[in-house]
Design a protein around this ligand. Structure first.
Ligand SMILES: *Cc1c(COP(=O)(O)O)cnc(C)c1O
Length: 379
């Protein structure tokens, strides 16, 4: 069986985890968290705050946005539940926007239609690590004085016009869940643009205290400052992340190689109008988080999933649009409200993509797709 996803764990990850245990300082913000912070700063140019997950990074962003009951937050419907949960838990009213069919990213023209005097935040999702149309979105935000949260859970190392995703809006939330390009099991980070917000984020993350300033020697005791939570990952997990960060380029090169192989080999099937490959706009880079295909119909997509399953290949679909879920219906949404999300989510299939995927496995996956269409792979 070729599984859909598998994290890449080497001797380096094991070595750092063991070393972290040896330090006997295994709570957050110790040796490996600090090493991660330094390496992230060096590689990506910002000061992160590691969190227990991408979801809690979004929670932290929602807290920093100071959502009040009744505030409206615009999110795409085609996303993971956490994008909406972070805000609904703060009693925001969730307003779903539709997506652009080329990128599966939130459609700026639909955002504009959904803005009211109550709109407080727009939370965009860079699906598959490919940038949303950020100039258009930032322009809307400035015009209406709205905060931007970037759900960059899938977007590590991906750029929009030279700017790393997650650093363009007010807050960026990343995930290092097992399923992401680099992983710490469960974990994430937040990027905060404004330095004043950064200090507040540090406090919220440390149970609402100024413990970080105490550690830095700025104050001689730490106390309760703001309502907070406990959002630091254990240093053992940071040790795992540190190894993955050191291997980042190696992991990315391999993922990109696989992504490009699929892209090149499946071109012929696109030319024959059997399927559509991902579209990367000129303003965006590709971090090879997901390789997906858009099939001509839901039936064709389901048939291909089943065909590949019989061949021993796991190729799943992705999000059911949130407005179609039980919770979405409770919020008053119904089928037909967001047609592009509905249509394209039904036609999308993802192919296996991970560091340890072997050359002959990738070939076999491509061959199997050609087989499905009764076509032969000519080169
Ligand atoms: C993975 C993911 C999340 C959640 O991250 P966790 O670390 O699993 O909590 C949120 N949003 C999107 C778009 C994701 O892909």
């Amino acid at each position: 069986m070729i599984t859909f996803n598998k994290p890449s764990i080497t001797e380096l990850e094991k070595k750092y985890i063991l070393d972290s245990l040896e330090t006997k300082k295994i709570c957050g913000d110790n040796k490996y968290t600090k090493k991660c912070n330094e390496l992230i700063k060096e590689k990506f140019g910002f000061n992160p705050l590691l969190t227990t997950s991408g979801s809690t990074a979004l929670d932290l962003a929602a807290l920093l946005c100071e959502i009040k009951p009744g505030d409206e937050v615009i999110v795409p419907s085609f996303t993971f539940v956490s994008t909406a949960n972070a805000f609904i838990l703060r009693h925001a009213k969730i307003i779903f926007a539709d997506i652009d069919k080329d990128t599966m990213n939130i459609d700026p023209s639909d955002i504009e239609k959904k803005i009211t005097s109550k709109t407080k935040v727009i939370c965009v999702v860079h699906y598959a690590g490919v940038a949303c149309d950020m100039d258009k979105i930032m322009k809307i935000a400035r015009k209406h004085n709205i905060k931007i949260v970037e759900d960059a859970a899938q977007a590590i190392g991906s750029y929009y016009k030279g700017k790393m995703l997650g650093t363009i809006g007010d807050y960026g939330a990343f995930s290092f869940h097992e399923t992401k390009n680099i992983a710490m099991g469960e974990g994430g980070m937040i990027v905060v643009k404004d330095i004043k917000d950064f200090e507040k984020a540090e406090m919220i993350r440390e149970k609402g205290t100024n413990r970080n300033q105490y550690f830095k020697g700025f104050v001689d005791k730490y106390t309760w400052q703001v309502p907070g939570d406990s959002l630091l990952p254990s240093d053992i997990l940071s040790a795992l992340l540190y190894a993955q960060l050191e291997r980042f380029d190696e992991i990315q090169n391999k993922r990109l190689k696989i992504w490009n192989y699929y892209f090149k080999k499946l071109k012929m099937l696109e030319e024959k109008k059997k399927l559509r490959r991902p579209i990367i706009p000129d303003y965006a880079t590709n971090n090879a988080h997901i390789f997906y295909l858009i099939m001509n119909s839901e039936k064709e997509r389901d048939n291909l999933i089943n065909f590949l399953k019989e061949k021993g290949i796991q190729a799943p679909f992705h999000y059911i649009p949130l407005h179609e879920s039980t919770m979405g219906k409770k919020l008053g949404y119904k089928i037909g409200d967001l047609p592009t999300s509905e249509e394209y989510s039904k036609r999308l299939i993802r192919l296996p993509l991970y560091y340890d995927l072997k050359g002959d496995e990738i070939k076999y996956i491509v061959e199997s797709i050609f087989n499905y269409f009764g076509e032969t792979n000519e080169d």
